[in-house]
Write a protein that binds this ligand. Structure first.
Ligand code: PGA
Length: 249
């Protein structure tokens, strides 16, 4: 694939401001020579401003991990796309932890995507099946429903700003990654779906990244598959050295 791969860190609910700063100071030196890969750190809201100051002269980009679909109002504890737009470039939406723990539906995620795009943020849309769904041969059906539901009314033009992350739920935080072949099969399916939903060009140009126990020792194999255009890394992104190794893969 000719497109620039994207490797994103999903720190989840980890690192206070001091830890985030110390990570960035170490990490920026480990990846300073990387030019052909886009590197994004999706940090907790509390650290975003501090990190933004530190990455000014680096090749690191910043992302959030969630947002509300409204721009402002009586939504105690929420953060909107309007608030994020001057700080981050990317926002993770539809992560399986949000779907499972916070009961987010494809409809809700679709509203968030709409608001993110309106505010010129680039959504990293996560989709993926559970182990039970995989065992029941429902993987492709789930993927199709999630992709269609979450991208409802997203235009051809807006697709330029969408990254799709395939994250099999059974591989997240379990240390059990999908094999490159298993991941490739679903990535290829997603690309074919995008071609049907949009067109060949959009399908070819959309980055489809893999997430689920990506580590320095399995990143190369996964990233060498033809339809895998990057990674969304949880656990292994918390350590500057191991995330640096994945980015340098
Ligand atoms: P993991 O998390 O790398 O720890 O499996 C990936 C994710 O949840 O995005």
């Amino acid at each position: 694939m000719a497109m620039k791969p994207l490797i994103a860190a999903n720190w989840k609910m980890n690192k206070d401001i001091k830890e985030a700063v110390s990570f960035i100071n170490k990490f920026k030196n480990l990846i300073k020579n990387i030019k052909n890969t886009e590197i994004v750190i999706c940090a907790p809201f509390t650290s975003l401003s501090e990190i933004k100051k530190l990455i000014k002269t680096t090749n690191i980009k910043l992302g959030a991990q969630n947002m509300h679909f409204e721009e402002k109002g009586a939504f105690t504890g929420e953060i909107s796309g309007l608030m994020l737009k001057d700080i981050v470039e990317y926002v993770i939406l539809g992560h399986s932890e949000r779907r499972q723990i916070f009961h987010e539906t494809d409809d809700l995620i679709n509203k968030k995507i709409e608001s993110a795009l309106k505010n010129k943020l680039k959504p990293i849309l996560c989709i993926g099946e559970t182990l039970q769904q995989r065992n029941n041969n429902k993987t492709m059906k789930i993927i199709k429903n999630q992709l269609k539901g979450c991208l409802k009314n997203v235009s051809n033009d807006e697709m330029k700003n969408i990254v799709v992350a395939y994250e099999p739920v059974w591989a997240i935080g379990t240390g059990k990654n999908a094999t490159p072949e298993q991941a490739e099969e679903v990535h290829k399916f997603i690309r074919e779906l995008l071609s049907k939903m949009y067109n060949e060009t959009i399908s070819k140009n959309t980055r489809i990244i893999y997430g689920g126990s990506m580590k320095p020792n399995n990143a190369r194999e996964l990233l060498s598959m033809p339809n895998i255009n990057g990674g969304l890394v949880g656990g292994a992104s918390l350590d500057a050295k191991s995330f640096g190794e994945i980015c340098n893969t």
